[in-house]
Write a protein that binds this ligand. Structure first.
Ligand SMILES: Cc1cc2nc3c(=O)[nH]c(=O)nc-3n(C[C@H](O)[C@H](O)[C@H](O)COP(=O)(O)OP(=O)(O)OC[C@H]3O[C@@H](n4cnc5c(N)ncnc54)[C@H](O)[C@@H]3O)c2cc1C
Length: 426
C-alpha cells in the first residue's frame, strides 16, 4: 500500500474524476534547497508556490501521491473563518485579537479564489454559500448571537440567519433554522490540490512523490532523509498534518487524527431538488454531517467519525444511515464511491502554526482546512522571509499538547469525544 492511499482513496469520487496530472519522480540522491517541505497537501503546495515565487529554491517530499492526503479527499466545503466561532474567539482573546485572527482566516477565502483564478485551476469552484443547519432549537439562538458578533466585532456582514422555512428553500431536509454564509461554497478538492501543484512546479518548485521523509536532523543545514535520498535545506516546513506520524513529536502531539468517512451517491436526476441553490451544508451536530452536490449531480456526503484506529469494514454502509437520516427520500440510493480520511484536530480547534529553530509547522485546521491550509503554507513562507507578524498571530495562540502525548492522546480524548457524540444522540 502506498503512503497515503489508505481508506480507499483510490475508490473516491475525487480520484475517479481527477484532472490529468503529471507523475513526479522519487527523490534519488542528494539535493540542496533553501526550503524542504514535507507533505504535498494544500499546506505544502501553497508554501511551495509562494516560496518559489519569492525566489527560494524549494523541494517538496510527498510520501505518496500529490493531494492524496486530507486535501484531496475532504468534503470540499469552503467555510470562511475558523472552527472556533466569533463569539468564542472574542471570549478567549478579546475583541482586537479575535478580529485580527478572524481577518486572517477570511483572507484564506480570498486567497483561494485568487489562486484559482490566476492559475486557472479547474476545480468546480462554486461560490453559492455555506449553510450551517441547526439540528436543535437552541442552536438557532447561538447562531443569531454568532451573526451579531460577526457583524459587530468582525465587520462581517455576509451572514443571513434563516428560519425553518428559509432553510427549507436551501435544502430538502428538516432543520430548526440555519446560518447562511454567502462567502462559502464548495470545490473539487483533489483538482484544486493538483492545480496548486502545477502552479508550484511552474514557479520552479520540485515535487518528489513516493518519497517519505523518514528522519529529520537539525544543524546549520537540516537533513531530511527519504529511503533513497536526502534534502539538505536551510529551512524545513513540516506540512504532513495527520499523516506526519513521528517525524517531529513536538508538533505532532498538538494534533489528533480523527477518521472521517465520505460517500458520493450515483448521479441523481433530481439533485437540485435536494439542494436548490447548490450551497454547501454542514449541520450543528458534534459529529458533523456535511454534504453538497457535485457537478455531475451526486450528493457528496460526509458523516460519522470513529475514534478507534480500525476503519469500518464497509464505509458505504457506515455512512448510509447518516445520509438517509438527512434525506429520507434517498433511502436505498446507489452509492458509487465511499472513502475516508484523517482530520487533524487540536485541543482549541485553532490551527497550530509554529517553529522550532529552522523547522516550521502548519497543521491542525480542525476540519476547516480546505481553505485555511492554503493560507497556512503562505504564512509560513512569509515568516521565513522575516514577515512574521501574521504567522505570529496564530503562533501566539498555539494549541497545547494533548495530555498524555502521542501515546495517550487518543484514549483520553476518545472518552471526551464519545461523550459529546452521545449528547448528539440524546
Ligand atoms: C474526510 C475529510 C473531510 C474533510 N472535509 C473538510 C471540509 O469539507 N472543509 C474543510 O475546510 N476541511 C475539511 N477537511 C480538513 C482538510 O481537508 C484538511 O485540514 C486539509 O486538507 C489539510 O491540508 P494539509 O496540506 O495540511 O494536509 P494533507 O492534505 O493531509 O497533506 C499532508 C501530506 O503530507 C504527506 N506526508 C505526511 N507525512 C509525510 C512524510 N513523513 N513524508 C512525506 N510526506 C508526508 C501526506 O501523504 C499528505 O499527502 C476534511 C478532512 C477529511 C480527512
Amino acid at each position: 500500500m502506498a503512503f497515503n492511499d489508505g481508506l480507499n482513496m483510490g475508490g473516491s469520487y475525487y480520484a475517479a474524476t481527477a484532472n490529468p496530472a503529471p507523475e513526479h519522480a522519487m527523490l534519488d540522491g542528494e539535493v540542496d534547497v533553501d526550503l524542504a517541505i514535507v507533505g504535498a497537501g494544500c499546506t505544502g503546495l501553497s508554501a511551495a508556490l509562494h516560496a518559489a515565487q519569492r525566489g527560494m529554491s524549494v523541494a517538496v517530499l510527498e510520501g505518496g501521491k500529490v493531494g492524496w492526503g486530507a486535501s484531496g479527499r475532504n468534503g470540499g466545503q469552503v467555510i470562511p473563518g475558523l472552527r472556533k466561532g466569533a463569539v468564542e474567539l472574542v471570549a478567549a482573546f478579546g475583541r482586537e485579537r479575535a478580529r485580527a485572527l478572524f481577518d486572517l482566516a477570511l483572507e484564506a477565502r480570498a486567497l483561494v479564489g485568487e489562486l484559482i483564478e490566476t492559475h486557472k485551476i479547474d476545480c468546480d469552484f462554486s461560490t453559492n454559500g455555506h449553510l450551517l443547519a441547526a439540528v436543535k432549537e437552541s442552536d438557532v439562538a447561538d447562531m443569531a448571537a454568532e451573526a451579531e458578533c460577526l457583524a459587530e466585532v468582525m465587520d462581517y456582514h455576509e451572514m443571513e440567519l434563516l428560519d425553518r422555512a428559509g432553510v427549507q428553500k436551501q435544502v430538502a431536509s428538516d432543520y430548526h433554522g440555519g446560518l447562511l454564509d454567502r462567502r462559502g461554497g464548495h470545490m473539487h478538492s483533489l483538482n484544486y490540490a493538483l492545480g496548486l501543484a502545477s502552479a508550484a512546479t511552474a514557479a520552479g518548485a520540485s515535487i518528489y512523490e513516493h518519497s517519505p521523509a523518514v528522519s529529520l536532523s537539525r544543524g546549520a543545514l537540516s537533513l531530511v532523509r527519504t529511503p533513497k535520498g536526502v534534502l539538505r535545506a536551510r529551512r524545513v516546513l513540516l506540512a504532513g498534518d495527520a499523516l506526519l506520524h513521528g517525524l517531529e513529536p513536538e508538533a505532532n502531539n498538538r494534533i489528533m487524527p480523527v477518521a472521517n468517512y465520505v460517500v458520493a451517491t450515483a448521479p441523481l436526476a433530481n439533485a437540485r431538488e435536494l439542494i436548490p441553490a447548490d450551497v454547501a451544508i454542514s449541520d450543528s451536530r458534534f459529529v458533523v454531517n456535511y454534504y453538497r452536490l457535485t457537478v455531475d449531480g451526486r450528493v457528496l456526503f460526509g458523516g460519522g467519525e470513529r475514534y478507534t484506529p480500525e476503519p469500518p469494514r464497509d464505509i458505504a454502509a457506515f455512512v448510509r444511515p447518516h445520509l438517509e437520516g438527512v434525506f429520507p427520500q434517498l433511502r436505498g440510493v446507489a452509492i458509487d464511491h465511499a472513502w475516508g480520511g484523517l482530520v487533524s484536530i487540536t485541543r482549541t480547534r485553532l490551527p497550530h502554526l509554529g517553529r522550532r529553530g529552522d523547522v516550521w509547522f502548519a497543521h491542525g485546521y480542525s476540519g476547516m482546512g480546505v481553505i485555511l491550509s492554503t493560507l497556512g503554507g503562505k504564512l509560513a513562507v512569509e515568516a521565513m522571509l522575516g514577515e512574521t507578524e501574521r504567522f505570529d498571530l496564530f503562533a501566539a495562540v498555539a494549541p497545547p499538547a494533548f495530555p498524555g502525548g502521542v501515546a495517550l492522546r487518543a484514549p483520553l480524548h476518545v472518552l471526551g469525544m464519545l461523550w459529546f457524540a452521545l449528547r448528539d444522540r440524546l
